[in-house]
Design a protein around this ligand. Structure first.
Ligand code: AIR
Length: 216
């Protein structure tokens, strides 16, 4: 049976299947709350080919990480999202990594603020690529999370994005580029998205000229 989730992200962004066969039962959200789909049907919705797993350190990160889900969804990439903390729930983090790998995850995306060790903790437990999103969540303005995510010891890289929403979006684009190495259809989608972005810049330039901007 195929599930193509088309409901708004608010209800379903924890788990999106872009049309692959579903043959294994997994709870859509192990912690309940924010990412739990309300309907009974959705509660049984299962995915075992989520190629991307998004982990965030706290439910308070959800809003900032949302662009990541939006870009993945736009590109038709299956993903799962979970909340887990490297510090508050280290065993859960380890379990989620194991389960995600078993379910076909190719790339991990980890978002956290403050002493942001989530991406590093995942990198310590997996040889799959780990992309880190440092978040602004303290009086240090994100520098704490940026350095904690970025400065990994040799052998355990975390591909660290920029801070907050910009980094969240780019984490998805970067994950897509990794997956596109072995997925020509996705590679083609990425090329056409880039063409669209270039077109939008051209259009913006045309509008600027049409408004005679600068002639003041
Ligand atoms: N965090 C949670 N466990 C370890 C870390 N580093 C991060 C979360 C969040 C921040 O701490 O990723 O950005 C504050 O979390 P909370 O739950 O106190 O709001």
């Amino acid at each position: 049976m195929l599930f193509r989730i088309q409901a708004p992200l608010t209800a379903t962004w924890h788990q999106v299947n872009a049309g692959r066969p579903v043959n294994k039962t997994r709870s859509p959200c192990r912690e309940g709350g924010l990412f739990t789909k309300k309907s009974g049907r959705a509660a049984k919705r299962t995915v075992d080919m989520a190629r991307v797993t998004i982990l965030m350190g706290s439910v308070s990160d959800e809003e900032t990480v949302r662009p990541c889900a939006q870009v993945l969804k736009k590109l038709g990439i299956d993903f799962e999202a979970e909340v887990s903390s490297a510090h508050r729930s280290p065993e859960r983090t380890e379990k989620l990594v194991r389960e995600a790998e078993g379910a076909g995850c190719r790339v991990f995306i980890c978002a956290a603020g403050m002493a942001a060790h989530l991406a590093g903790a995942v990198a310590a437990r997996s040889i799959r690529p780990v992309i880190g999103i440092p978040l602004t969540a303290s009086a240090l303005g994100g520098m704490d999370a940026l350095l904690s995510t970025l400065m990994m010891p040799s052998g355990f890289p975390v591909a660290t994005m920029s801070l907050d929403k910009a980094g969240a979006g780019n984490a998805a684009w970067f994950a897509a580029q990794i997956l596109a190495l072995e997925d020509e259809e996705l590679a083609e989608r990425l090329r056409s998205e880039r063409e669209a972005m270039a077109g939008a810049v051209e259009e913006a330039g045309r509008k600027l000229h049409a408004a005679d901007w600068g002639n003041v």
